[in-house]
Design a protein around this ligand. Sequence first.
Ligand code: ADP
Length: 161
Amino acid sequence: MIRVWQGDITTLNVDAIVNAANSSLLGGGGVDGAIHRAAGPELLAECRNIGGCPTGEARITKGYDLQARHVIHTVGPVWRGGDQDEDGLLASAYRNSLALARQHGLTTIAFPAISTGIYGFPPDRAAGIAVKTITNEAPDLQITLVAFDADTARLLTKAIQ
Ligand code: ADP
């Protein structure tokens, strides 16, 4: 089951919110910065101990001051024109996040629009990959696709239909 919701992912009361992290896992701008601010400094301390995460993979931490019990940190690809396996790496980021959720028995998961901000992935293309990967990998989980702005909400809704 997939729904689209527009707003700030850090406010959601779910088993896990997914963070569009960078490979250092040491925080950054965009949704990553918002999640670290809302979770508090203990999140950064746990992330430091993980020692990074390659593009397309995912790592799980606690949620600390967030409503969400866990944060799944995944690293989407930087868009470099489309011939550097960006599509495959974005699909892997979704797939590995869902696999990690499943391993931990989590069923309600919220994703931001991974890679479509600072990393420059075309948002319509990313929406299609997100919906296709979730539909194939996790038809049994309750997934919220979080749009921060109305344009992204429209693209995600279109991708589901
Ligand atoms: P990336 O580096 O993977 O591109 P960004 O954080 O720059 O990650 O952007 C990913 C998406 O997250 C963008 O659509 C951006 O508008 C959105 N975003 C930024 N802050 C939040 C937030 N607090 N809640 C949900 N989505 C957010």
